[in-house]
Design a protein around this ligand. Structure first.
Ligand SMILES: [Zn+2]
Length: 341
């Protein structure tokens, strides 16, 4: 076999996506089709009281599926809140997972699915160097994600982010097996979002697009000794570029109006689609400095409680911590690409 010095291959993986106003009502049909009989519905306490969750529960129950609600997801989850969901999942004999909410709920469901399917010490699958970075041993149970924010794109990626409290560090789990089976992207679900949440998640989408488009090209990375060692974040490539650039365009046309007016369904709908587009791009290409530099920003929060977020603990929302360093990074990236020409 010939060993190339530099990488010559890339791949694009993504979840199945169902998009459209009202598609949440079809979740029972989709989950029944997957053969699931008893499912864990993962959400946060605020969302648990809102319409998207009741629509999901009604649709599942109408198909005769035993749907058990877990509503203790923490916004910007921690190892502690992940472990609570994992314990619930481990004791529940579930055959599928449904997440309803922002990236926090979707990521928590990924962790609950992983550790209840392949039990292990918590740090086993956590990214190195903080954890051991062991690969996921095999396929997970079906996971259908219903995003209600237009940001993380977590419904299309194999990544789950959390704060490791004892180290005050943000880290995560990353493996293609963690990618949800299906994303149900329903613009009606973003109507409940406060303006500040729409703004922060919009900045997150923008950075996913910009970072995956300007990430080091896959062909500049050294080829792995075997295909199993190819990273899931492979670098920018011709296919992820299409998704990234389209997402950036959609954000530029819709973000301001979506933030200003919750009833502007067209803008909010386009922002949700943009989040999913960007997710397909960065879920394969990866992000770089603004995301990397966001983790110390959010990890060092002392007392900041932004409007529109739960007021029981201080947080710097993910999108806000990402956008903070972005202007400096992109000034530098642009300068470099100009001098390289
Ligand atoms: Zn992000």
């Amino acid at each position: 076999m010939i060993h190339h010095e530099l990488e010559t291959a890339f791949s694009i993986d993504t979840s199945a996506i169902k998009f459209g106003p009202g598609v949440t009502r079809e979740i029972g049909y989709e989950v029944a089709r997957m053969g699931a009989k008893r499912v864990m519905v993962v959400t946060d306490p605020r969302m648990a009281k809102l319409e998207p969750v009741s629509v999901v529960l009604d649709s599942l129950r109408a198909e005769g599926i035993d749907a058990v609600l877990f509503d203790q997801v923490e916004v910007e989850p921690t190892d502690e809140s992940f472990k609570e969901a994992i314990e619930f999942a481990s004791n529940g004999s579930f055959d599928a997972f449904i997440s309803v909410g922002g990236g926090s709920s979707i990521d928590t469901a990924k962790a609950a699915n992983l550790y209840s399917t392949y039990p292990a010490d918590f740090l086993t699958y956590v990214n190195a160097p903080i954890g051991q970075g062991e690969p996921v041993p095999g396929p997970l149970k079906p996971h259908v994600a219903v995003p209600t924010t237009s940001g993380t794109g977590s419904e299309t990626t194999g990544v789950a982010i959390f704060d490791l409290l004892e180290m005050k560090a943000k880290t995560g789990l990353a493996h293609r097996a963690l990618r949800p089976t299906m994303g149900i992207v329903d613009p009606e679900n973003s109507r409940t979002l406060p303006g500040m949440v729409t703004a922060c998640s919009g900045f997150d989408v923008l950075c996913h697009g910009l970072e995956s488009y300007t990430a080091m090209p896959f062909s500049h990375r050294e080829a792995p000794p075997n295909p199993g060692l190819r990273p899931s974040y492979q670098g920018s490539n011709p296919i992820s570029d299409v998704w990234a650039t389209r997402a950036i365009e959609m954000v530029s046309h819709n973000m301001v109006s979506a933030v200003k007016d919750a009833e502007d369904i067209e803008s909010r709908s386009n922002m949700m689609l943009a989040a999913t587009f960007a997710g397909v791009g960065f879920g394969n290409a990866g992000c770089h400095l603004p995301h990397g530099m966001s983790y110390p920003v959010s990890g060092m929060v002392r007392e900041y409680v932004p409007d529109g977020y739960p007021d029981d603990h201080p947080i710097v929302p993910h999108g806000m911590s990402v956008i903070l360093n972005a202007p400096a990074v992109f000034r530098c990236v642009c300068l470099k690409s100009r001098t390289a020409r």
